[in-house]
Design a protein around this ligand. Structure first.
Ligand SMILES: *Cc1c(COP(=O)(O)O)cnc(C)c1O
Length: 563
């Protein structure tokens, strides 16, 4: 009855019901229902989304209800093979919502579970659903003032707030720039990848500027720019734990991703300053005329959570006049904790900083941001179009890699008001402190070995059974290099297998990666990787996860499951 207000029309002269799309039905989905009955139906749908999904999130604790084994993925994919669009409507809104909640959601990954500690995607504060809904309902397009008005103004204010958190300029500075249409303190963009690309785009264009008759790289392209500036090669330096989005930037910006050069790390997985200096010297002496376009410091590497010595990197960049970018996609919000913000000391000297909203700002997918120390540097990527972004306007699309874009700033702005820095500090401190307790727990268990200690809230470890345990014909012995190699091979296989079986059991999820670590030079070490960001993830939950891994291990050594 009433729900036909919200869907294409149902004609049920005969069974089965045939839905039709006609002009009447079309009007009904654009005109907001006025009758009480129709309003109640609308409310019921929102309720279904809020509570129906919420129930799913609490009911299925594990990664998914169904196993993500290859078999079930295959089964799933077999259900979704049709590639035709029906001419007539197939379903009404009510049915689509029910399908999504009852049929699709149980096969999605429950990233909100406290037992889901494998990735940088986690539970959201429940109010995010409300804020995201408002953004969809308003449907502002921040590309220009004419489709966003006050939202563009709010965006500039939020940018100033986060800029201040990072760079801590004085009040007069922010008064001058907060609503200044000529300057930009940063920009919102879809994700961290595009934020990093934007930062390096700005760095590239700021380096290869107009000179003599050369009109700048953005206009004339790379080869003319190299010629005009007398160089043959542009490079970016970053530790080998740099995120692969930086490689993409190398490709997109035309400098070549092999010129995004990986620098060795020290025993704490931070960029090795001696190696960096050596690399810079090498590049200066090289027969190819090489310029360093940027040095990237990482504030929370994706794999290990380690933070590069940002103040030392800043000093080197100042010495050689190199653009200093800090990739704080993960670690940026640590700045809100008085207790731990010192871990990012030096970030205030960066020329540009990436931060992801959908990571430790706990915003829904997706929201990237990039900030710049110099409020005029974004001019290096300015574009105009006659019908939209006019020179001198406040249109935020003038200086952005994105075109049309949603009003994520409304979500961040509201969230900052709801949480305060103190609210975020509690989350950040919980993550760091639980990660430390977890590390102690791992070290206290004979079956495990810590691989990288948590500096922020990410740690890695692996299985390391006592010597001389017999495993599938192999004995774990560490004597000769050859034995040690075999052992490491075996350990990698066990860790891999346990991660897989635990994931498939569906109760908890830790991720797995392969690292080169100082303890085991020259060897690929397969590790469990844990990211602690869900405030419901307690040390008790983490103990259960270790118990389960020990249990799976004992099944392996007793031959109940094959390696
Ligand atoms: C997550 C991450 C990125 C990329 O961010 P996306 O939002 O996934 O594109 C870049 N750098 C670091 C250090 C990250 O952790």
């Amino acid at each position: 009855m009433t729900n036909c207000n919200l869907s294409m029309r149902s004609v049920s002269r005969h069974k089965p019901t045939q839905l039709v799309a006609d002009q009447d039905a079309l009007m009904r989905i654009f005109i907001r229902p006025e009758s009480d009955a129709a309003r109640l139906t609308l409310l019921k749908y929102m309720e279904q989304i809020l509570f129906g999904l919420h129930e799913f999130l609490t009911r299925h604790v594990g990664v998914t209800q169904a196993k993500i084994s290859l078999d079930s993925l295959k089964e799933l994919s077999e259900r979704f093979t049709s590639s035709t669009i029906g001419k007539h409507p197939e379903k009404m809104l009510a049915d689509v919502i029910t399908d999504l909640i009852e049929d699709i959601a149980p096969h999605a990954v429950n990233v909100a579970s406290p037992y889901f500690v494998g990735h940088m995607t986690s539970a959201l504060p429940f109010f995010m659903i409300h804020l995201k809904t408002i953004v969809a309902a308003l449907n502002q397009n921040v590309i220009k003032l004419e489709t966003s008005k006050v939202v563009s103004v709010i965006e500039k204010q939020v940018l100033a707030k986060i800029h201040r958190l990072i760079f801590q300029e004085n009040e007069a500075f922010y008064q001058e720039h907060v609503q200044n249409p000529q300057t930009s303190l940063g920009c919102f963009i879809e994700d961290g990848t595009l934020a990093n690309i934007t930062a390096l785009w700005v760095a590239r264009n700021s380096l290869l500027t107009v000179r003599d008759r050369f009109e700048g790289i953005e206009k004339e392209g790379l080869s003319a720019a190299y010629k005009a500036h007398g160089i043959e090669r542009l490079v970016v330096l970053v530790s080998r734990l740099g995120h692969y989005s930086l490689k993409k930037a190398g490709g997109v910006l035309g400098i070549g991703n092999q010129n995004v050069i990986a620098v060795e790390v020290d025993a704490k997985n931070r960029i090795d300053m001696n190696c960096l200096r050596q690399k810079i010297a090498e590049l200066h002496d090289s027969s190819e005329k090489t310029r360093i376009m940027a040095i990237v410091g990482i504030a929370g590497t994706t794999e290990t959570g380690s933070v590069d010595p940002l103040d030392q990197l800043a000093a080197i960049c100042a010495e050689y006049r190199i653009h200093f970018h800090v990739d704080a996609a993960w670690g940026g919000p640590t700045l809100m904790s008085e207790k731990y913000r010192h871990l990012l000391a030096g970030i205030e000297q960066a020329d540009s900083v990436t931060i992801d909203g959908h990571k430790q700002f706990y915003m829904p997918m997706t929201c990237g941001m990039v900030y710049f120390k110099d409020p005029r540097i974004l001019d290096a990527i300015e574009y105009h179009a006659g019908y939209v972004n006019r020179p001198g306007s406040v249109d935020l699309g003038r200086k952005s890699l994105s075109g049309s874009r949603e009003a994520s700033s409304l979500i961040l702005d509201s969230t900052l008001k709801i949480m305060g820095t103190q609210g975020y500090a509690l989350l950040i401190e919980h993550g760091i402190e639980i990660a430390r307790q977890f590390a102690a727990e791992i070290q206290g268990r004979p079956l495990f070995e810590m691989i990288t200690q948590p500096e922020l809230n990410i740690l890695t470890y692996r299985l390391f059974p006592p010597a001389n345990i017999s495993l599938g014909g192999f004995r774990l012995e560490q004597g000769t290099p050859e034995e040690s190699f075999n052992t490491s091979h075996q350990l990698n296989a066990i860790t891999r297998k346990i991660q897989q079986l635990q994931r498939e059991a569906g109760k908890s999820f830790v991720s797995r990666t392969t690292l080169r670590v100082h303890q085991y030079p020259g060897q690929d070490t397969v590790v469990f990787r844990c990211v602690i960001m869900n405030p419901m993830t307690t040390i008790g939950v983490l103990r259960e996860i270790l118990d389960e891994q020990e249990e799976i291990y004992s099944q392996i050594i007793t031959g109940q499951v094959d390696l």
